[in-house]
Design a protein around this ligand. Structure first.
Ligand code: A2P
Length: 316
């Protein structure tokens, strides 16, 4: 298994299990099956609403001797309702309590977007708080304090553009991770190059193109990544599946990938992608598929009259 090495030498398994969209009732079984298959990196978030069940599965697997805490890499994320500096620690404490852990390996600021305390997603413009009011650097101060307190070994961000990463480059603890949507239709070569230059790792979410994304992220003419003809042809040549080709491409680029599945066969299939080597001509054929196409375009944040626009969100 490829690993990403952090600044203190800690190593994160590059292929992890995504738990976004894994329904309560399904996620515990998926985590247990994944751990038995060999996954050691689980990607979580408070907003997924399933951390308690993930925690029960982790506890069960540790109790049964399937894994020990030291073998695991657990990531979670700070939700947008907790961006005030004093709200960051209570948020990770709730996540740790749900997951049944005393520290996280990695904690990320989920979005560069701030919300009032309730609701969890914006229903009207007033639910969104501008970044002038709660600057990202204020939130980051709360994140740095978590490392000092031993609650998170590493900290990072998610959904950050290059200009937003730049805002953190003179921080006491520079982010070690940016988790963003990334797949052959959204390759973001500039972001990957910038991150590499500054020793920031990149995790690709929705590496399969997120076919089960919610309706709010769906358009009529959305291309289906798993049905891409080039990906299908490469898969055919290598005796692999399209999903395995997508994951192997992400791993070979040096990023982490966190495919979500709750199906044991697909969990095993995805894990096996870590052993698939794509030849150089397949890598370049896939590189040519980029169309800068987001499935998760963040439009749901950008209510008219709020402080957020899609252009400013991605700085595009
Ligand atoms: P399921 O959970 O039933 O396996 P992403 O990680 O890009 O968000 O994609 C997750 C979606 O892709 C889910 O709908 C998941 O369904 C599906 N999926 C996961 N692994 C595979 C695979 N190997 N082949 C096809 N679809 C997959």
């Amino acid at each position: 298994m490829r690993t990403l090495t952090f600044r203190n030498g800690d190593e994160m398994p590059a292929l992890g299990l995504g738990t976004w969209k894994s329904a309560p009732g399904d996620v515990g079984g998926a985590v247990r099956a994944a751990l038995e298959i060999g996954y050691r990196h689980i990607d979580c978030a408070a907003i997924y609403g399933n951390e308690k069940e993930v925690g029960e599965a982790l506890a069960g697997a540790m109790r049964d001797g399937v894994v020990s805490r030291g073998d695991l890499w657990i990531t979670s994320k700070l939700w947008c309702t907790h961006h005030r500096e004093e709200d960051v620690r209570p948020a990770i404490e709730a996540t740790l309590s749900d997951l049944g852990l005393d520290h996280l390996d990695l904690y990320l600021v989920h979005w560069p977007v701030a919300l009032v305390k309730e609701p969890n997603s914006p229903l009207e413009p007033g639910d969104l708080v501008s970044l002038d009011e709660i600057p990202l650097r204020e939130t980051w101060g709360g994140m740095e304090a978590l490392v000092d307190a031993g609650l998170a070994k590493h900290i990072g961000v998610s959904n950050d553009s290059v200009p937003k990463l730049e805002m953190h480059l003179d921080a006491r603890i520079v982010p070690e991770m940016d988790q963003v949507e990334m797949h052959p239709y959204l390759q973001q070569p500039d972001l990957v190059a910038f991150a590499k230059e500054h020793a920031i790792h990149v995790t690709a979410y929705s590496p399969l193109g997120s076919p089960d994304r919610p309706d709010v992220m769906r358009g009529d003419d959305d291309p289906v990544l798993l049905d891409d003809a080039t990906i299908g042809a490469i898969a055919g040549d290598l005796g692999a599946t399209p999903a395995q080709v997508l994951l192997a491409w992400g791993l070979q680029r040096g990023t982490s990938v966190i495919p979500k599945s709750t199906n044991p066969e697909r969990l095993a299939q995805n894990f096996a992608a870590a052993s698939l080597e794509l030849p150089a001509d397949a890598m370049s054929a896939i590189d040519a598929l980029d169309r800068a196409r987001r499935y998760c375009d963040g439009e749901f944040w950008c209510l008219e009259g709020s402080a957020y626009t899609v252009e400013e969100l991605w700085d595009e």
